[in-house]
Design a binder for this molecule. Structure first.
Ligand code: BG6
Length: 658
């Protein structure tokens, strides 16, 4: 693709679509500190390559990499040419585009504290500026450990990098500080010789299309903004689940934890976008003012409030049937202190003390080594009054939900209830979904394209201003302080689970529960559901409720009239005889409680959690309704009943309305 090719569909930020704006990045020399590291090869270079493929990289662009590694321009280019094959995100590799791009790459070896090296770099930047006609513009990218940020700013200043024509801008990677004091100090160091408008603090979540779309969704649609407040919204949930563990990053992670690593930055950014006031315009500072104001309204907790509203967790090992470890717990991971108190999971209920949100619980949770990868924001509206439905077959109304699926599935979903076709008034939860894949043909991006592009145009919308970073630390600091002072009972959740039960209890205290986003893929792992068609699976998904139980807890009591069927997502339960003998052990993917429910008979045995369990619960009324629509599944249940329990369930009982 050449520079004349149409611009990428997803890279239209403030400048790109304006008629007078250049469609490509502004010309510049990009000087990367830490160019031999992971970030450069995994994200920065693939992002530059995407920009080049979409004709969005200026002809006046050159890259100068520097690091301690003994590389030359030739060996740096060779290394990048190898790495790009593994890390590019496009369907097909465009060799000619890459050849042109990599020919613009240069390298200087050196240490960050050596002013002599900065003299060499300055000479190189000047030479490249002349060779590529970069108009004196220089973008400094700090892809280094944070301890170098202040030093680099200082040395760039001392070496006279700010002199001359053109703009000079610095992109700083996260983490920006490790607590409030260090963030304040870092802001002071960075701003000692540079202006705030020259500093671009990266939060890669702001590069995600689905995150940027939060603003587009809220402010370009007239439908929701009038409802966007405490009068109509019951609660908001932010969920960032990661299936990955700390991997090889424990050296960094063990002194960080999920509060610093995910919440204080990525999650607070999403929170700010979702809950901020309407800005006066789309100008960068208009948006950044509102974001900072929002985070300043988040209540900083007292120690007692941290106890009440925040939960931490750390993953333990996953174990086989006999209890032998399969994969290590966090404390057994390489480079982790065996007595580590670092949290790999956190859940919080935050309060936004302003007119719009006062009293609306804002729930956040994030963790590593969880059951799935998925980032979602769930906005739950207040329920409609049920009074109208009294005397009808409608048992209870569900709340409407608006779900932003951030990743890996990208889309927006609205959940509501609809009348089930038929002669009586019966309701079923249904949904409407917008999927990115159905609406756009955009290529997959790393998220860094838009950052580099916007920075070259001086558009700081997608970067954090100093006051926002400080406001975020002000919220996180009391939590960190309280945790540092109090013992932690770790590990408290198993790898592959939904997280600690305390997180479920946190929300249950308010009479609510976490909304688990279940996919068809997950349901198909259950033998009973595996052949279900899309309509069936969607019906089940909409009806499932999540429940976590602790080891030893009784889930079903003999003699009770059962109203629930359980799907064991993860864990182990045992079915007990009258004398307490274990009759049967069920594990991941099994269902139980179905017979009592379907036959409207008292439960025939106790069922107890042998290990902590994550369960999905299906109410009898919902299950019968779904089976009425899916007679082949009803037949499968009859079969299971026959084989497992020697029971003949008559179809009428199975399908009877409650
Ligand atoms: C990084 C964190 O900032 O974000 C990682 O340091 C985390 O621990 C990652 O895994 C998550 O990013 P994404 O884009 O995969 O959600």
């Amino acid at each position: 693709m050449t520079a004349d090719a149409p611009a990428a569909q997803v890279l239209r930020t403030l400048g790109a679509d304006a008629p007078e704006a250049s469609p490509s990045c502004a010309p510049h020399v990009m000087l990367i500190f830490g160019a031999s590291g992971d970030l450069t090869k995994r994200l920065l270079v693939p992002a530059l390559y995407n920009l080049a493929c979409d004709g969005l990289l200026s002809k006046g662009f050159a890259l100068l990499g520097t690091a301690m590694d003994a590389l030359t321009t030739e060996s740096f280019r060779a290394r990048m040419s190898e790495d790009i094959k593994a890390f590019h995100t496009r369907g097909e590799f465009e060799q000619d585009v890459w050849d042109d791009l990599v020919s613009r790459f240069h390298y200087v070896q050196g240490g960050f504290s050596d002013l002599g090296v900065f003299e060499t770099l300055k000479g190189e930047v000047k030479r490249l500026d002349a060779e590529y006609a970069a108009e004196g513009n220089v973008l400094f990218y700090f892809a280094t450990a944070p301890r170098f940020f202040g030093l680099l700013c200082d040395n760039l200043h001392q070496s006279g990098f700010k002199d001359g024509d053109g703009w000079k801008r610095i992109i700083v990677e996260k983490p920006f500080g490790t607590d409030l004091a260090s963030a304040l100090k870092l802001n002071e160091d960075v701003l000692a010789n540079w202006r705030e408008d020259q500093i671009y603090r990266v939060d890669h979540y702001l590069g995600k299309e689905t995150v940027q779309n939060l603003l587009a969704f809220r402010f370009s649609n007239g439908m929701f903004e009038p409802l966007w407040n405490k009068n109509y919204i019951d609660n908001i949930q932010f969920n960032v689940s990661e299936a990955v563990d700390v991997g090889g990053r424990a050296g960094y992670y063990d002194s960080s934890g999920v509060l610093r690593d995910m919440m204080q930055n990525h999650m607070f950014q999403m929170l700010a976008y979702l809950c901020m006031e309407v800005p006066g315009s789309f100008a960068p500072d208009a948006i950044r003012n509102e974001k900072a104001k929002l985070l300043e309204s988040v209540r900083a907790y007292s120690a007692e409030e941290v106890e009440r509203f925040v939960v931490r967790g750390q993953y333990g090992p996953s174990v086989d049937d006999k209890g032998n470890p399969l994969k290590p717990g966090y404390r057994e991971e390489k480079d982790v202190n065996p007595a580590s108190k670092t949290e790999t999971y956190a859940a919080a209920r935050l309060h936004i003390d302003n007119w719009r949100w006062e009293g609306v619980p804002i729930y956040l949770r994030s963790g590593k080594a969880l059951w799935k990868r998925g980032t979602e924001i769930i906005v739950e509206f207040k329920k409609a009054p049920e009074v109208l439905f009294r005397g009808t077959a409608v048992p209870a109304l569900n709340a409407n939900r608006l779900i932003f699926h951030i990743q890996p599935y990208q889309g927006i979903e609205i959940q509501f209830q609809a009348k089930i076709p038929g002669p009586t008034m019966r309701l079923q939860p249904v949904n409407m979904k917008f999927a990115y894949g159905d609406a756009f043909k955009a290529s997959r991006y790393t998220g860094y394209e838009v950052m580099l592009y916007a920075c070259s145009h001086g558009d700081a919308t997608l970067f954090s201003r100093g006051d926002l970073v400080e406001a975020a630390w002000r919220v996180a600091q009391p939590i960190m302080d309280h945790w540092a002072e109090t013992p932690a009972e770790f590990p408290n959740y198993a790898r592959g689970s939904w997280g600690p039960k305390a997180a479920a209890d946190l929300v249950a205290k308010d009479g609510r529960r976490w909304h688990e986003v279940v996919t068809e893929e997950v349901l198909r792992k259950v033998p009973l559901f595996k052949d279900g068609d899309m309509v069936f699976l969607e019906q089940v998904i909409m009806a499932l409720r999540s429940k976590q139980v602790a080891a030893g807890e009784l889930i079903i009591r003999k003699g009770e009239l059962g109203q629930e069927l359980y799907l064991l997502a993860r864990g182990k339960v045992e079915v007990l005889s009258d004398t307490g003998q274990v009759l049967k052990v069920l594990s991941d993917g099994d269902i139980f409680g179905e017979i009592g429910v379907l036959m409207s008979k008292p439960r025939t045995a106790d069922v107890r959690a042998r290990r902590a369990c994550d369960l999905f619960v299906l109410q009898r009324a919902d299950f019968s309704r779904i089976l009425r629509d899916n007679p082949h599944i009803a037949a499968a249940i009859q079969q299971i009943a026959k084989e497992r329990y020697k029971l003949n369930i008559i179809t009428a009982a199975l399908l009877a309305p409650d």
